[in-house]
Design a protein around this ligand. Structure first.
Ligand SMILES: O=P([O-])(O)O[C@H]1O[C@H](COP(=O)(O)O)[C@@H](O)[C@H](O)[C@H]1O
Ligand SMILES: [Mg+2]
Length: 577
């Protein structure tokens, strides 16, 4: 069926409510809008379903949520794991509680018990809840840091990580087989509760989750010693981080935590920012203002589902606040964790640091220095989660730390997704620890650079929306795939990795080796002097991403090199736009 027929079918089908039909009638003369809403179904990307809220098959609405859930239910029933139930959380976005309930009631109608949080919770707490309750799966209704018009649906498997093969394609296949919305089951909440198929969860998960985080603390004495002095500014960016971040910092004895008042309360409009993304400068505007007023040591921002952490740290020498990228904060937290664990208890024989292929090579240098394994996985924290399960089941490693470029890391194994509540906590502990040594987090960052080299990494994205955008992104990927650049700026390409073909090509002799990772639409260029460039389409937003990294002997040189490489990347892509 073409998009127009599907549109017409939605207008006629008695299954859809009147408000949905009215919304669709209003676009009757807007062919492009009809096409965009109906040319495809929402598909699982890097982190589940993500789309604009509205009527249509390519939108987030109660019908697409029910359909996805019916597919998940069929998959679970097929495996006969329904007795374990499914944990469900949601964030502060528009429609999040409603979508969570729709998912729960669809599961219940299929005889699968749903454990639903009583109010909004962070993504990592849902990951924790799945394992704590022994569920077969989990769902989190969130579009993370996307703009306010979006919502999404993250799916977790029994190990607490977001779904990876074979479950992702298995579930997606089941979702595709739900061709008639009338096939989707649902029931009334009251009946589901009475049948014992709908249970509300909350404090019973919060308490042990917070306890798990507190167990990670290595230097409680440093927190005690620095608590009177250390000043922390925090913004939850209108999302789920407010309660757990304050709670854990408070219980640990941090005395001066200033929450940005304008961004404290949950609000799906994210009224103070255009985009609730801790990667964006604007996310810190109010936080930095407050930081100046109270003379804070550091400023933290978590994204709406509190799995990403953005950080600014004060340089006491200049009074300036420096932004830390996800690569920087991930390495700072990771190096503190691994270094202090080693100092206190020694490191396990087969300890491992896990990162994604687009994450800084500073992580590799840290792992090499501590004599631990460095495992590389594809983009998406779910693959770090998958590695953790592999370590557990095959004994191939002991997880010490995992990080990714996109502002996510996880310092323990209590959950299996990136945790910005835990990352905030550990970073504050590190700030306290360094403070007792007369140092700031910025000093600690510079120490890392002095020890391992000034690795500087950046990413630029080009937003290309809709069907045309998708085509353009494909053209860019195809053009690069078919015409491997021999040079990028001043750099000769040393080797070119095509993760889709699974091949690493040595550019000087043409020899080929394997990437060693599953197929994925990613192109990666190794350049001399530890520099690199990588291109891939985002799996969560309509964007193509260009990641690049350099290494230098000073921050100034690293910045200059990074700027030059950034411009070269722009030049490379310009003719394709
Ligand atoms: O959005 P979040 O915080 O859930 O984060 C999600 O998206 C990020 C960006 O993915 P992509 O480059 O494909 O857009 C991933 O790195 C991350 O692992 C995933 O959980
Ligand atoms: Mg997020």
């Amino acid at each position: 069926m073409g998009y127009k027929e599907i549109y017409e079918a939605w207008l006629k089908n008695p299954y859809f409510d009147e408000a949905t039909k009215d919304e669709l009638k209003q676009i009757a003369n807007d062919e492009k809008e009809i096409e965009d809403r109906f040319y495809k179904e929402l598909e699982f990307g890097t982190a589940g379903l993500r789309g604009v809220i509205g009527a249509g098959t390519n939108r987030m609405n109660i019908y697409t949520v029910r359909k996805a859930t019916q597919g998940l239910a069929n998959y679970i029933l097929g495996l006969n794991t329904q007795k374990q139930g499914v944990a469900i959380a949601y964030d502060s976005r528009h429609m999040s509680p409603e979508f969570a309930d729709e998912a729960a009631l669809c599961l219940a109608a299929n005889g699968i018990k749903a454990y639903v949080f009583d109010s909004l919770r962070p993504t990592p707490e849902l990951s924790y809840a799945v394992r704590k309750l022994g569920c077969t799966a989990g769902i989190n209704i969130t579009a993370s840091h996307n703009p306010p018009e979006y919502n999404g649906y993250k799916v977790y498997w029994a190990d607490g990580a977001q779904i990876t093969p074979p479950h992702d394609s298995g579930i997606m296949d089941e979702v595709k087989q739900v061709t008639d919305y009338g096939q989707v089951k649902t029931m009334e909440r009251e009946s589901a509760v009475l049948a014992g198929l709908y249970e509300t969860i909350g404090a019973d998960i919060d308490v042990p989750y917070i306890e798990e985080l507190k167990k990670l603390i290595l230097h409680p004495e440093a927190i005690k010693a620095a608590a009177d002095e250390l000043k922390i500014v925090y913004t939850p960016l209108h999302g789920t981080g407010n309660i757990p971040v304050r709670r854990v910092l408070g219980e640990l004895g941090f005395k001066h935590v200033f929450v940005v008042p304008q961004q404290e309360l949950p609000d799906g409009d994210f009224p103070t920012v255009s985009y609730p993304n801790p990667e964006a400068e604007e996310a810190f505007e109010l936080g930095l203002k407050l930081a100046q007023e109270v003379d804070a040591d550091l400023v933290l921002a978590t994204d709406p589902d509190a799995d990403r952490l953005g950080v600014y740290v004060k340089d006491q020498k200049t009074g300036e606040y420096h932004a830390l990228t996800g690569n920087m904060s991930g390495c700072l937290i990771g190096a503190y964790e691994i270094g202090q664990r080693k100092a206190l208890y020694g490191l396990p024989e087969n300890g491992a640091l896990v990162k994604s292929i687009v994450t800084t090579n500073l992580a590799d240098a840290i792992a090499a220095d501590y004599g631990i394994q460095l495992c590389e996985v594809l983009t998406g924290f779910k693959f770090i989660g998958q590695k953790m399960l592999e370590f557990e089941t095959k004994g191939t490693g002991t997880y010490l730390f995992g990080l990714e470029e996109s502002y996510g890391c996880l310092p323990g194994t209590y959950c299996r997704d990136k945790d910005a509540v835990a990352a905030s906590m550990v970073l504050c502990e590190a700030a306290a620890f360094y403070k007792t040594q007369g140092k700031t987090l910025w000093d600690a960052m510079i120490e890392l650079y002095e020890r391992y080299g000034y690795y500087l990494d950046d990413v630029t994205s080009i937003t290309l929306k809709g069907i045309e955008g998708l085509e353009k992104i494909q053209t860019i990927m195809n053009t690069l795939r078919e015409n491997t650049p021999e040079k990028i700026g001043a750099y000769q390409v040393v080797s070119a990795r095509d993760y889709k073909k699974g091949i690493v090509k040595n550019m000087s002799d043409g020899s080929e080796t394997s990437t060693g990772l599953p197929a994925s639409n990613v192109l990666y260029y190794d350049l001399p002097d530890a520099a690199w460039v990588c291109v891939r389409p985002s799996g969560t937003e309509p964007k193509v991403k260009f990641y690049y990294g350099v290494k230098a002997d000073s921050l100034k040189d690293a910045k200059a090199k990074s700027e030059a490489l950034g411009s070269a990347v722009q030049e490379l892509v310009k003719p394709m736009l």
